[in-house]
Write a new protein. Structure first.
Lengths: 454, 181
C-alpha cells in the first residue's frame, strides 16, 4: 500500500497517557514524592516513572505509531502490534509501581514486582522499537526528522536495558558484581538516556516536521539541523557506550561521559533552537493556531531548562538542584509540547476518522470546527503559570508552595482533557454537520468495531 | 546496453490476493546496468510509474488481453544513450501517463493549511467525469490522500518535481467501482 492510514491505537495510547499525567499531578498535590520527599526516595521513583513511562513514553509512543508512517510516507510495518505493546506497557508500569511502592513500605504482596514489571515494560518497548524501526528501515533513505526518531529509539532501547538491569538488582534476581555496580552508580545514565535521548531527541525530530506542517514553513534540510542531529546522536552514544565502559571497564564514575554528552547536547540544542526560530520566522501562515503558539512556550521551557542545567553544572550544584531541573524538563518542555500537540492531533485524527469517507462528497466541518481555542487558551496559560511557579518552588525547596502550584497544573490538565473529550465527541460540531452511521460516535479509548474489521 | 529485459510476472501473486510490491522492487534492485524490466500484471500498475519514475525509470504500457497489462520499465541511462543531453526525470514530468487524457482541471494547493489540500483535491475529483484527469500541486507527499483515492477507485500517480519541493499529483477519476485491493 502507498500512503498511510491513521493508526487505530494512537487514541488508546493518548488516553492512558493522560490518565497517568492526571494521576501523577494528583500525587504531587498530595505531597507524594519530590520535592516533599527526597529525590532518591521510593515515592519519588513511583512519581518519576508514572510521568516518564505512563505519561511521556506512552504519549510519544502513541504519537510515533501515527507519525513515523507520515514521516516516511510508508505504512506501519505491523499495524496491530502497538495494541499488544500497549497491554505489555500498562502491565509493566503497574508492576513497576507496585515494586517501588513495596520499597516505600506499602503492602503490595510478595510478588517480585520490579523485575516482572521491567520485563513486561521492556517487551512492550521492544515491540514498538521493532515495529517503528522496521518501518524506518524499509523506507530508507530517510529524512532528518526520521533519523532523530531512529536515534531516539536506540536511546529507548538503552533506557529499557539499564532499567531492566536495575530492577533485577533491586529485586534480588542478580548478584553479578558488574550489574550491581551499574545499579549503584548508573542511574544518571538511565535518566539522561530517557529524558534526553529518548523523549527530547524524538520530540525534536518530530517537531521539525510537525511545526513546519502546521505553520507552512519551508522544510529545507539546513546544515544546522544536520549538525544538531550528529551532535545529539553522538551524545546518546557517549552515554550509552561510554557510560558503562567508564563504570565497568575503567572503574570510574559516570561524570566524564555525562559531561561530554552535556557538551554535545548543548551544541545540538543550540542549533535546534536556531532552526526552530527560523521555522517560526519563515512561516507562510501569519496567524498560527493555539498548538503552535503553545509549542513556542514549550520550546522556551526547553531553552530555560537547558540553560539552568548548564549553569548548575558550571557552579557545581547539579546534585542538589537536579530534581527541579528535571521537573522543568518534564513539565515545562516535554509535557507542555505534548499537551499543545495533542490539542491539534486529537482534533485531526477525529476529523479524519469521522469525515474521511465523505470528504469532498458533502459539506464537512473544518478541523478547527472541532475545537474551541478561545475556551482552551486560559487553561494552557494556567498550565504554564503553574509549571513556572512549581519550578521556582522546587528550586527553593518549598514543598507547600510546590503542592499549591501542582494543584494549578492538575486543574489546567483536567480542563485541557475536557476540551480533548469535547473534540473527540464532536460536541462543538453543529447537528447538520455531524457524521452518519458508524462514525457518528468515535471511541474515546478503543477504535470503533467497524474499523476493526478493516 | 542491449540486454534482454528481465521478465517478472506478478499475475499469480495478484490472483492469490498477494502484494507484489516487494517482489517488484527486489527485481528492480537486481537489474543489470541499463537493463529494462518487463512486468506482467492483472491491471495497469499506475502507482508504480511514480515510484519507479523517482528511481529514473521510464515506462511503456500496453494491454495484452484478458485485462492483463505488460509494462516495460526502462532505466533513464538506457534512454539517455539516444538523448544524451536530457537528464533523467520523474515520469510525472511528462505531459501525462500513457493512455491518460490531458488534465481537465488544475489545482495549486501548495499554500493551503493542512488538511485543506486533502479536502480540496477530493472535492475536485468528485466533480470530474469518470476518466477525466486532475492535476494538483502540493508542498508534500499527500500521505493521507493517496489511500482515500485508492478507496474511492481512482487512479493516481505522483512524485516530486525536479526542485524537490513541489509534489505533482495526477488523479484519473474511476468509474465509481471500488478499486481491487
Amino acid at each position: 500500500m502507498i500512503g498511510v492510514s491513521p493508526s487505530r491505537w494512537t487514541m488508546s495510547y493518548f488516553s492512558v497517557a493522560l490518565l497517568a499525567l492526571i494521576g501523577a499531578e494528583a500525587l504531587m498535590v498530595a505531597g507524594f514524592g519530590f520535592p516533599s520527599q527526597p529525590v532518591a526516595a521510593p515515592e519519588t521513583l513511583v512519581l518519576v516513572h508514572l510521568i516518564a513511562i505512563g505519561w511521556l513514553s506512552l504519549l510519544v509512543s502513541g504519537a510515533l505509531v501515527q507519525f513515523v508512517p507520515v514521516l516516511v510516507a510508508k505504512p506501519l510495518a505491523h499495524p496491530e502490534l502497538p495494541a499488544v505493546a500497549l497491554v505489555l506497557l500498562i502491565a509493566g508500569l503497574v508492576g513497576l509501581m507496585a515494586g517501588f511502592l513495596g520499597m516505600a513500605g506499602f503492602n503490595v504482596g510478595s510478588m517480585p514486582w520490579l523485575p516482572l514489571g521491567a520485563i513486561s515494560l521492556t517487551a512492550g518497548f521492544l515491540l514498538n522499537i521493532w515495529n517503528l524501526g522496521r518501518t524506518l528501515w524499509l523506507a530508507r533513505p530517510i529524512h532528518l526528522p526520521a533519523r532523530f526518531v531512529a536515534a531516539g529509539l536506540v536511546s529507548l532501547a538503552g533506557v529499557a536495558a539499564l532499567g531492566t538491569i536495575f530492577s533485577f538488582a533491586l529485586g534480588g534476581w542478580t548478584t553479578n558484581a558488574a550489574l550491581l555496580r551499574l545499579t549503584a552508580v548508573g542511574i544518571p545514565l538511565h535518566a539522561a538516556l530517557g529524558l534526553g535521548g529518548w523523549l527530547t531527541f524524538t520530540a525534536m525530530g518530530v517537531s521539525y516536521r510537525l511545526l513546519a506542517m502546521f505553520m507552512l514553513s519551508p522544510e529545507a534540510e539546513h546544515r544546522t539541523s544536520q549538525i544538531a542531529f550528529v551532535a545529539g546522536g553522538a551524545a546518546i552514544l557517549v552515554v550509552l557506550i561510554g557510560g558503562p565502559v567508564c563504570l565497568l571497564v575503567l572503574r570510574q564514575g559516570a561524570g566524564h561521559p555525562l559531561l561530554i554528552a552535556l557538551a554535545l547536547a548543548t551544541v545540538s540544542l543550540g542549533l535546534y533552537g536556531q532552526d526552530m526560530i527560523r521555522l517560526y520566522r519563515t512561516r507562510k501562515r501569519r496567524k498560527i493556531e493555539l498548538n503552535s503558539r503553545m509549542a513556542a512556550w514549550a520550546l522556551g521551557g526547553l531553552g530555560l531548562a537547558s540553560l539552568l542545567l548548564l549553569a548548575l553544572t558550571v557552579l557545581g550544584d547539579v546534585d542538589r538542584r537536579i530534581g527541579a531541573v528535571v521537573f522543568l524538563f518534564a513539565f515545562g518542555w516535554l509535557s507542555a509540547l505534548g499537551l499543545a500537540k495533542l490539542y491539534k492531533i486529537v482534533a485531526f485524527l477525529t476529523w479524519l476518522e469521522c469525515y474521511g469517507e465523505v470528504l469532498g462528497k458533502r459539506p464537512t466541518p473544518r478541523v478547527q470546527d472541532l475545537v474551541n481555542e478561545l475556551r482552551a487558551t486560559p487553561w494552557f496559560w494556567l498550565y504554564f503559570a503553574s509549571v513556572g511557579a512549581a519550578s521556582i518552588a522546587a528550586f527553593l525547596e518549598a514543598p507547600l508552595a510546590f503542592r499549591i502550584a501542582a494543584f494549578g497544573m492538575l486543574v489546567a490538565t483536567i480542563k485541557i482533557c475536557v476540551e480533548l473529550v469535547s473534540t473527540r465527541t464532536l460536541r462543538l460540531v453543529p447537528a447538520p454537520m455531524l457524521p452518519d452511521g458508524a462514525h457518528a460516535k468515535p471511541g474515546l479509548f478503543l477504535p470503533s468495531l467497524r474499523e476493526s474489521r478493516r | 546496453m542491449t540486454q534482454v529485459p528481465h521478465e517478472l510476472d506478478v499475475r499469480p501473486i495478484l490472483r492469490d490476493g498477494g502484494e507484489p510490491f516487494t517482489v517488484i522492487m527486489n527485481a528492480v534492485m537486481s537489474l543489470g546496468p541499463g537493463q529494462a524490466l518487463r512486468l506482467l500484471a492483472t491491471f495497469e500498475p499506475v502507482p508504480l510509474y511514480g515510484v519507479l519514475g523517482k528511481k529514473g525509470f521510464g515506462h511503456a504500457a500496453r494491454e495484452i488481453g484478458g485485462g492483463d497489462w505488460e509494462v516495460v520499465f526502462t532505466p533513464a541511462a538506457a534512454v539517455a544513450d539516444s538523448r544524451p543531453t536530457e537528464p533523467a526525470r520523474p515520469a510525472v514530468d511528462r505531459p501525462s501517463p500513457s493512455g491518460w487524457p490531458e488534465p481537465s482541471r488544475h489545482l495549486d494547493n501548495r499554500d493551503l493549511d493542512p488538511p485543506e489540500p486533502l479536502v480540496r483535491t477530493l472535492a475536485a475529483v468528485e466533480e470530474l467525469q469518470p476518466g477525466e484527469v486532475l492535476a494538483a500541486l502540493l508542498c508534500r507527499e499527500p500521505v493521507f490522500l493517496l489511500p482515500k483515492l485508492n478507496e474511492r477507485g481512482h487512479e493516481w500517480q505522483g512524485g516530486f518535481e525536479a526542485d524537490g519541493k513541489t509534489y505533482k499529483l495526477l488523479v484519473r477519476k474511476g468509474t465509481g467501482k471500488k478499486a481491487a485491493a
